[in-house]
Design a protein around this ligand. Structure first.
Ligand code: NAD
Length: 332
């Protein structure tokens, strides 16, 4: 494959990261950016030097890209994935892929039948600290992991940039919980049992903002996923996910400020696992933004090698299955 041509659908809050990341990457051109809001489409197209569109079908018809990157909210995903597949494109779709099992399965099936690659933009496992922890496990530094605690607690105002989250009836699990459940599988493997408890601490929200999920893995290892959007702390760790993974020979801990400690019976070692912040980051440490660059690079590598991405649609169905089970368990 030579230069890969893509189009982006959705040019809202998070698309800025996708667009800058595409611009930074070698061997890819974003030919068009589409948004129902023409000002957003134009601002997005300016970032990548592509054409702005208000209608996705017209864009795909005019530009015939190799792939489509869908950065809209979940209720629009199925129709846009189907549109992209009809146009013969490989597809990336933001998370959560869908709230509904039939919609998510239909998207995976339509891509499978058409023989196109399909990736869910599940970027948390590509964050610098998560990749560093995975490397420590792979290098045998803690032996076989038997326990993980994956924690995402904060009181950061996520609602100003993403006002739609205030009215989501399924909030914390579908918003950040899917990332945490993906991390649980990334570090600890597949899950066979699950227990969950949800709570709505901030009564003005429509959905749950506090969640504890206990996961049992195939080899009797356990993971505790711990999420809260309503935990006051100074300093507030947002957007960092904090981690502790214990193995039979040692423990990895990732604390605030991108501090990783790997210790065992003989002592410990400290590592700085800070992200390399891209130049276009407006504020903060670049943790999320760098992970967007890395997952998009992974996508380009997969297209060139004609292999499925690690966070393929089929893989993401396993994450969503855990999310749906968590809601069922919590309700029961
Ligand atoms: P947003 O509402 O700011 O932007 C979505 C844009 O899509 C809007 O501008 C809207 O006009 C446009 N749109 C909707 N339907 C369209 C259509 N048919 N054709 C063209 N444009 C259309 O939303 P956002 O906050 O940018 O979130 C987008 C997605 O990104 C969500 O699924 C969200 O969960 C996800 N997200 C992921 C991360 C992450 O770290 N992976 C972080 C934040 C948001």
């Amino acid at each position: 494959m030579g230069e890969i041509r893509g189009c982006v659908i959705g040019a809202g809050y998070f698309a800025r990261n996708h667009l800058h990341a595409w611009k930074d990457l070698e061997g890819v051109t974003i030919a068009g950016v589409c948004d129902l809001d023409s000002r957003r489409a134009e601002a997005g197209a300016d970032i990548v030097g592509g054409r702005a569109f208000g209608d996705a079908a017209a864009m795909l018809d005019a530009l015939k890209p190799d792939f489509v990157d869908i950065v809209t909210t979940h209720e629009t995903h199925r129709a846009l994935v189907e549109l992209a597949v009809d146009a013969g494109c490989h597809v990336i779709c933001q998370k959560p892929l869908a709230l509904d099992r039939d919609d998510a399965t239909a998207m995976v099936d339509v891509c499978g039948r058409a023989g196109v690659h399909f990736m869910v933009h599940e970027n948390f496992r590509y964050q610098a600290p998560m990749q560093a922890a995975r490397r420590m496990i792979d290098n045998g530094r803690i032996g076989r992991p038997n326990y993980a605690r994956i924690q995402h607690r904060h009181h950061h105002d996520i609602f100003s940039a993403q006002p739609y989250l205030r009215t989501e009836p399924q909030l914390a699990i579908m918003d950040v919980g899917v990332h945490m459940l993906d991390l649980a599988r990334f570090f600890m493997g597949e899950v066979h049992d699950l227990y969950a408890r949800t709570r709505r601490v901030q009564r003005e929200l429509a959905g749950e903002d506090s969640v504890v999920i206990s996961l049992g893995h195939d080899d009797e290892a356990a993971t505790l996923v711990d999420i809260s959007f309503a935990t006051w702390m100074q300093p507030d760790p947002f957007p960092q996910t904090l981690l502790r993974i214990a193995g039979d020979e040692g423990t990895i801990e990732i604390g605030e400020g991108f501090h990783m400690r790997v210790s065992n019976s003989r002592g410990g070692e400290n590592f700085d696992v800070s992200p390399k912040s891209p130049a276009w980051v407006r504020s903060g440490d670049g943790l999320i933004e760098q992970s967007v660059v890395v997952i998009q690079q992974h996508w380009l590598d997969c297209l060139r090698r004609d292999v499925d991405p690690a966070t393929s649609g089929a893989d993401n169905l396993k994450v969503l299955d855990l999310a749906w089970r968590a809601y069922e368990e919590a309700a029961a």
